[in-house]
Design a protein around this ligand. Structure first.
Ligand SMILES: Nc1ncnc2c1ncn2[C@@H]1O[C@H](COP(=O)(O)OP(=O)(O)O)[C@@H](O)[C@H]1O
Ligand SMILES: [Mg+2]
Length: 249
């Protein structure tokens, strides 16, 4: 089953044509990875899907609803089904961990029941294997813990689809592995559809069910890792070759 579909999306900023005729399908309860060079439109594609950017033409569908045809209020309502974890997603330094996690429940879901909120916060901290840190200040956390709390914050709304924009960029290999494993657990244990933009091509081939390769706003490969691995497209071939040839031992 397809949960998200785009049809012929185009998006320009003045004369910078960022997305050109992008049609993709995201299968439900899968992990889809979007890869490609920097500046090639990956973030713009995701922002257009979740409605943060308006396409010049084309359509975005979520299940049986065309998001690009909805008014702002209806779009905001549907967007509660989406979670997103952007690069450098900032936590509020002036609040503790528990308050940071409670924030989306109070502000977006308008949950007022204090005990219910505490329970959800505890559950999510247990799930990311950082139990009992509700009262810690954000600046007391290590970089890795911060990353995981940021992750928990995008998860606490129990989204149907979770978008990650380069969650491992700039992290050391051990922490990258932790985050990639969390993405897999989110998908497998919580049945959440994950859409992951990543620079880590080996990780994408390891954890994704589907890979979408974007080059200068065009989809140049789209399929299972096995299908994309044998793509005829020169750019895709080069990119994969470089990504897997770094090992010199
Ligand atoms: N809000 C914006 N206004 C103008 N140009 C933008 C905006 N967002 C992205 N761009 C441009 O769109 C292109 C693609 O950007 P982006 O999707 O962020 O690339 P990436 O593949 O690295 O995520 C870049 O040329 C970028 O400068
Ligand atoms: Mg980007």
């Amino acid at each position: 089953m397809t949960i998200i579909r785009t049809k012929n999306l185009t998006k320009s900023f003045y004369n910078n044509h960022v997305l050109r005729d992008v049609s993709i399908e995201i299968p439900e309860k899968s992990i889809s990875a979007v890869i490609g060079q920097s500046g090639t439109g990956k973030s713009v594609l995701i922002k257009t899907i979740i409605g943060m950017l308006k396409p010049d033409s084309g359509e975005v569908w979520f299940k049986d609803k065309e998001l690009t045809a909805l008014d702002q209020n209806k779009l905001l309502e549907i967007r509660k089904c989406f979670g997103y974890s952007f690069q450098n997603a900032a936590l509020f330094d002036s609040m503790n961990v528990g308050q940071n996690l409670a924030f989306p429940l109070e502000e977006s879901l308008h949950i007022k029941d204090h005990q219910k909120i505490q329970k959800r916060v505890k559950e999510i901290l247990d799930w990311i294997e950082l139990p009992g840190i509700e009262l810690k200040r954000i600046d007391e956390l290590s970089g890795g813990m911060r990353k995981r709390v940021g992750f928990a914050r995008s998860l606490i709304m129990r989204p149907e689809v979770l978008f990650f924009d380069e969650p491992t960029t700039g992290l050391d290999p051990v922490l990258s592995e932790t985050i990639n494993n969390l993405v897999v657990r989110v998908n497998r244990e919580l049945d959440i559809t994950c859409v992951l933009i990543t620079h880590d091509i080996p990780a994408a081939f390891r954890i994704a069910d589907k890979i979408v390769f974007l080059d200068q706003g065009y989809i140049v490969a789209d399929g299972s890792p096995a299908e994309v691995a044998v793509s005829d497209h020169q750019m895709v071939k080069d990119f994969i070759k470089i990504s897997f040839s770094e090992l010199k031992v």
